[in-house]
Design a protein around this ligand. Structure first.
Ligand code: ZN
Length: 50
């Protein structure tokens, strides 16, 4: 299972690979609702709604 880290609260959420990048399975962080996440493996930032 892949994980992305919330840019706001730092909690990890489940992610799936889509178009060769990770996207969260939820519409936002389940803890705080943030829509920006960090891929701690690559250092890339993932923003929902692009
Ligand atoms: Zn969060």
């Amino acid at each position: 299972m892949d994980l992305l880290m919330c840019r706001s609260c730092g909690e990890f959420t489940e992610a799936v690979e889509e178009d060769r990048r990770l996207v969260p399975t939820k519409d936002g962080c389940p803890h705080c609702g943030e829509v920006e996440f960090k891929n701690t493996g690559t250092g890339n930032t993932v923003q929902l709604g692009e």
